[in-house]
Design a protein around this ligand. Structure first.
Ligand code: GAL
Length: 693
């Protein structure tokens, strides 16, 4: 819509009913198995298969010679059986002939060494020859398969920016130069914006500019690095758009175009706006139990919440598409031969994780994968069926789940209900990755907010702050939190003020607004554009050692202030918290200013769970469904609303049974039972309740 801000609800999946699917690789199995596979899938409730995302050679084994018969046969069989198909463009796995003949298509490591054939995602989205070959292939696929009746939608590439989200080939430097020229016009403006006066980095010719190359101490110009990330996002979006524009010419009316996963240096709302109908996510909650700590982000960041903290990623997906799909839902143990080792999900966990996705707004859930591959890097990445193809525990769990999903399938299109929003902002995230002084605070605070909201059963959204934000975009929320948005613009601050004046509470964390759009620090008091809103400023700032947070008294309660501390000065605001420890004991730690019908709060630290809980209580957001349920912290409450009716998902991520109380009569939709008073969820159990009429 012209003139209005980005709307995640307009970029949503539109399924008539909640639907289950599976990722299938016809090229991995003898063709003689296809029919039996499809029959078994259908029998266990699978209605859609995703295919072809890595199958370039099935279409173009030799340059320029296109063959379609392999997938024609698969699609015709699917059609005959009544299986729907999501067809993919296989551009994540360019073949060996391509990279041998056109090595300039390959991505490179920072020192310029080419990334070679043998894995996936090895080409660069700016290589003219790669773009030409991808464009031609997608054109062929679109023209040939577009009309096929079995197809219901298209997936572009696979997990854009997954294997890497930085690109260092010659074509990237060339395209980066063009991007900078277009953006800054003159070298003078570029030098000014990039602060190149520091360490004598002035550029005197465009040819002197490159994507970040190896520097001593791995510390390139931070402003240029931020621009490079913006550029990566633009280039990846252009790559996606190139394909989407082609597919739009050929798809049948009603067929969708999407892509899967959420990865770095990619502005997803912009990508949705420019090419996609909605986003899908790949949900692997079992990473929380991985033995590989380098990928075990869920477990390390969220501590006790483990797989439950996948809800953060689902909330992020929802901030892009209110209703979305899960293109890959974990169904078994995970792990490559070389990394990410994970245990097998315990009985019930596969069903629990699928329900977690549905609870958070997924209307399509497609399991990864039908059968575990018996060759290659992913022989341990288990699917529904094992290599030996015998019926498995997962297959039984799938059958149970599909029976249950049928009972709630009418919830499709129902929206997740949240009155608390925690914001993120791409430019601040990307800048923060290169700034160890504030970058790490974001994950700490977001995770603590999520944990506090989970414990107090206050469903929480993530919200993507964009420059086109209007106050009314936030009107559904009572509480809006900006953890550490360093690159806060005047425009966003004005929209936040408008929101607060209408009755909302906006909460800022330390290091808000201290940088401008290029990551420079303007010579104005922090929090820059937010200073007026909060009626005060930061006088002093210090980092804290990881495990030694100071304490502050907030509304009579002692809360920890981890990560970083700021000594605040109140101007026309009220001091609501003072430090209790540290050399600044007694100094203001949080301030609050009334704005119209609402207020703005500034907290001079990262958010601990305690601070988040205190703010939830203060704004009436603790246990917002307390009239209906008395729930222990161990149970997640998620709410979806459809046609004015609320549906309550209760999820138990623990290995023990959890008791709770229903304070009103409910129908448990998965079993048809009436629940009132004392109730319990078994280990890894799920219930979906609606109020009894
Ligand atoms: C996803 C990817 C799949 C498969 C899976 C397990 O990220 O899209 O193709 O690799 O992970 O590793």
């Amino acid at each position: 819509m012209e003139g209005s801000s980005y709307s995640p609800s307009e970029k949503s999946i539109s399924m008539e009913e909640i639907t289950l699917g599976v990722c299938y690789y016809p090229e991995h199995w003898p063709e003689s198995m296809w029919e039996e596979d499809l029959d078994r899938m259908l029998k266990s409730g699978i209605r859609v298969c995703r295919v072809a995302e890595f199958a370039w050679s099935k279409f173009e084994k030799t340059e320029g010679v296109f063959t379609f018969d392999f997938f024609d046969r698969f699609l015709d069989l699917a059609q005959k059986k009544g299986m729907k198909v999501i067809f993919c463009t296989p551009t994540a796995t360019p073949p060996a002939w391509l990279t041998e003949k056109y090595p300039e298509a390959l991505n490179a490591f920072p020192d310029g060494t080419l990334v070679r054939h043998g894995m996936r995602g090895h080409c660069s989205h700016t290589s003219p020859v790669f773009l030409r070959l991808c464009g031609r292939l997608v054109e062929e696929l679109g023209r040939h398969y577009g009309p096929h009746p079995a197809i219901i939608g298209w997936q572009i590439d696979n997990e854009l920016n997954c294997e890497t989200n930085m690109y260092y080939s010659e074509s990237d430097s060339k395209a980066f130069r063009a991007y900078l020229k277009e953006k800054f016009g003159t070298l003078e403006r570029l030098n000014e914006a990039m602060g190149t006066v520091f360490w004598n980095q002035e550029y005197t010719s465009w040819e002197e500019l490159f994507v970040a190359r190896p520097t001593l101490a791995n510390s390139p110009n931070p402003h240029l690095l931020l621009e490079q990330k913006r550029f990566v996002s633009e280039a990846t979006i252009a790559f996606c758009r190139l394909q989407a524009d082609i597919l739009k010419k050929y798809r049948k009316p009603g067929d969708f175009i999407t892509t899967n996963g959420l990865f770095g240096h990619l502005d997803y709302p912009q990508m949705n706006e420019e090419g996609l109908d909605f986003i899908t996510f790949d949900s692997y909650p079992n990473f929380a139990y991985s033995l590989d700590t380098s990928v075990n982000a869920n477990a390390t960041a969220s501590g006790r919440l483990r797989d439950r903290s996948s809800g953060i990623s689902l909330a992020r997906t929802r901030s892009i598409s209110s209703n979305f799909g899960i293109m890959e839902q974990q169904s078994g143990a995970g792990g490559w031969q070389t990394r990410m080792p994970q245990p097998i999900p315990k009985p019930g966990q596969m069903r629990l994780w699928a329900m977690q996705s549905i609870a958070h707004g997924a209307d399509y859930v497609s399991f990864f994968r039908w059968r575990t591959c018996n060759v290659g890097m992913e022989i341990y990445w288990n699917g529904i069926l094992p290599w030996d193809n015998r019926d498995s525990r997962q297959l039984r769990e799938l059958s149970q789940l599909s029976g249950e999903v049928k009972k709630i399938s009418h919830l499709a299109g129902g929206r997740y209900q949240a009155r608390v929003a925690v914001c993120y902002h791409y430019a601040s995230d990307w800048d923060g990755e290169g700034d160890i002084f504030y970058g790490p605070l974001k994950e700490l605070s977001t995770t603590n907010w999520f944990a506090a909201c989970e414990d107090l059963h206050a469903p929480m959204d993530l919200f993507c702050l964009r420059e086109d934000l209007r106050g009314e975009d936030l009107s559904g929320y009572d509480l809006v939190v900006l953890p550490h948005i360093a690159l806060l613009s005047e425009k966003i601050a004005a929209a936040l003020q408008e929101y607060a004046e209408q009755g909302g509470t906006v909460v800022f964390g330390a290091r808000t607004g201290f940088k401008d759009e290029f990551g420079r620090c303007p010579m104005t008091p922090t929090p820059g554009p937010a200073a007026k809103l909060v009626g005060g400023s930061v006088r002093e700032y210090t980092l804290l050692p990881e495990n030694a947070p100071e304490q502050a008294e907030l509304w009579g309660e002692s809360v920890s202030m981890p990560g970083a501390n700021e000594i605040l000065e109140a101007e026309d605001s009220e001091v609501i918290a003072r430090y209790q420890t540290g050399y600044y004991a007694g100094a203001p730690a949080a301030i609050c200013k009334k704005l119209g019908k609402g207020k703005a709060v500034y907290v001079g630290g990262a958010f601990s769970e305690e601070t988040a809980r205190a703010l939830l209580r203060e704004t009436g957001m603790a246990e917002p469904y307390g009239e209906l349920f008395a729930l222990p912290e161990e149970i997640e409450l998620a709410v979806r609303e459809k046609d004015g009716k609320q549906y309550f998902f209760l999820l138990n991520y623990t290995s023990e049974s959890q008791s709770f109380t229903c304070r009103k009569p409910f129908i448990q939709l998965l079993t048809g039972e009436r629940w009132e008073g004392s109730a319990a969820l078994p280990p890894y159990g799920v219930a979906v309740l609606s109020k009894a009429e």
